[in-house]
Design a protein around this ligand. Structure first.
Ligand code: ADP
Length: 424
């Protein structure tokens, strides 16, 4: 099947979220971790490709080069439309990679204009009069103001984006969007005639997103969060660019042992771990112990468990315990020993027949996929908004992986995940 859309995401779990929303349509979606070294296999059934980069906080030039490489691969794979995905909270450093990458992609795709649509109403991210809100708060009043890597101290997207790009930034506000896609197209045209190539679009509801997607579907490059991208597949089907899906016929049926691995310490993950540990065999990892003795004891424990038994290995801990480990080992080292141990356990589990893995934690997911040698994921059914089951080949075996970052999913996410797979 010909590729319709090529997407570039600025981080790993953002890419998973994007792939999940695109996949709601039932169209086959494929996710690559990093730019693939080899050309795309022509028999690949996916009509949408997502490439996950790790460039959100990279220096601007390095980020642009990563995105350029991704674009080249997607073009060679046959994509003619492109999507640049960043976070719905417009996470960028003061130098900012969102604008520079968009500008490079525009130049390379002959796009005279593009839109910026981070809104994700389902998750409380909306844009009104160019200002980004998280729930009822302006972005700059939300906890994002204190983010350790990308503190967001301004909510005005026109003002945020302007210093990041050479071209002129403008706004298509809610008054226009509410009049429908023809009105929006007219506004985009008018902005283009006055030299505006970067257009922030307001959106406070899924209806707004539908209007925007209908107006902008033919632009060679679109940019935004996963929610606007999620509106594109059915338009492709309507426009005859992609065939209607046939009930996920392409998804494999994965059997074999199961395990939950958690390195996330977010509030929701802590509840999920407590809930699952109460009904399965569980092993808690202590970073200080791991730094002295490595993961051998955990691997031994794993070998003693029946492959198909419900089990969880986790380093998930309360903030005070995390602080203690960080004081003893240093923040990076504490994270590193945990990621290394969970990676070792994942390898060990794979060697002993485990084929279904649920992983909690964005960085943790990155470490575990790397340890398993996974670079290509096929997107399967969604477990919770933004978290799909994915399938990958490891040493000739098909495995199922659910990769969940921080606060995603409800309290019973781990149990839900395995039952969703059984029912897929
Ligand atoms: P999230 O998606 O919730 O941010 P991540 O996996 O991205 O989760 O980040 C959590 C980080 O915390 C990882 O680097 C992990 O190794 C580290 N970590 C996990 N457990 C502990 C712990 N008990 N003490 C210190 N660091 C920990």
């Amino acid at each position: 099947m010909a590729l319709v859309l090529g997407c570039i995401a600025d981080d790993f779990t953002g890419a998973t979220d994007l792939a999940a929303l695109l996949s709601r349509s039932g169209l086959p979606v494929s996710l690559r971790i990093g730019v693939p070294k080899s050309k795309r296999d022509e028999s690949d059934p996916a009509v949408i490709e997502v490439i996950a980069l790790k460039c959100r906080t990279a220096p601007v030039q390095a980020a642009i080069e990563q995105a350029r490489e991704a674009l080249t691969w997607l073009k060679e794979a046959g994509a003619t439309r492109f999507f640049w995905k960043y976070c719905s909270t417009f996470d960028s450093t003061s130098e900012g990679n969102i604008g520079p990458i968009a500008e490079m992609l525009m130049a390379q795709t002959n796009a005279r204009q593009t839109i910026y649509c981070p809104a994700f109403p389902e998750n409380g991210r909306s844009v009104f009069m160019g200002h980004l809100f998280v729930g009822e708060q302006l972005l700059s009043d939300s906890p994002m103001k204190d983010h350790p890597l990308t503190p967001m101290r301004d909510s005005n997207l026109v003002r945020l984006l302007s210093p990041q790009v050479r071209g002129t930034v403008g706004l298509a506000n809610r008054n226009v969007i509410s009049k429908g896609s023809a009105a929006l197209q007219a506004r985009l045209q008018q902005l283009q005639e006055t030299g505006v190539s970067h257009v922030i679009v307001d959106a406070i509801s899924d209806d707004d997103l539908r209007t925007i997607a209908a107006a902008a579907v033919d632009m060679p490059l679109l940019t935004g969060g996963s929610a606007i991208a999620g509106q594109l597949p059915h338009l492709y089907i309507e426009h005859g660019l992609a065939a209607p899906p046939n009930a996920r016929a392409h998804l494999p049926n994965v059997e074999g042992g199961q395990i939950v691995l958690s390195g996330s310490c977010s509030a929701m993950t802590r509840r999920q771990v407590a809930s699952y540990a109460a009904r399965s065999s569980s092993l808690k990892l202590d970073p200080i112990n791991l730094s002295k003795q490595g993961a051998a004891a955990a691997c031994l424990w794993l070998r003693q468990q029946p492959a198909d038994a419900a089990k969880i290995v986790y380093a998930t801990a309360e903030p005070g315990d995390v602080r203690h480990a960080q004081e003893q080992l240093g923040r990076d080292e504490a994270g590193h020993v945990v990621e290394q141990a969970l990676s070792d356990v994942a390898r060990e589990a794979f060697m002993h027949g485990t084929r279904r893995f649920v992983v909690a934690g964005g960085e943790t997911s990155g470490a575990i996929t790397q340890a398993l040698g996974v670079t290509h994921l096929t997107i399967g059914p969604e477990i919770a908004p933004g978290v799909p089951w994915t399938f990958a080949e490891v040493e000739g075996e098909t495995i199922a992986l659910a990769l969940k970052s921080g606060n995603f999913g409800g309290e019973d996410f781990f149990t839900d995940a395995f039952s969703r797979l059984g029912a897929a």
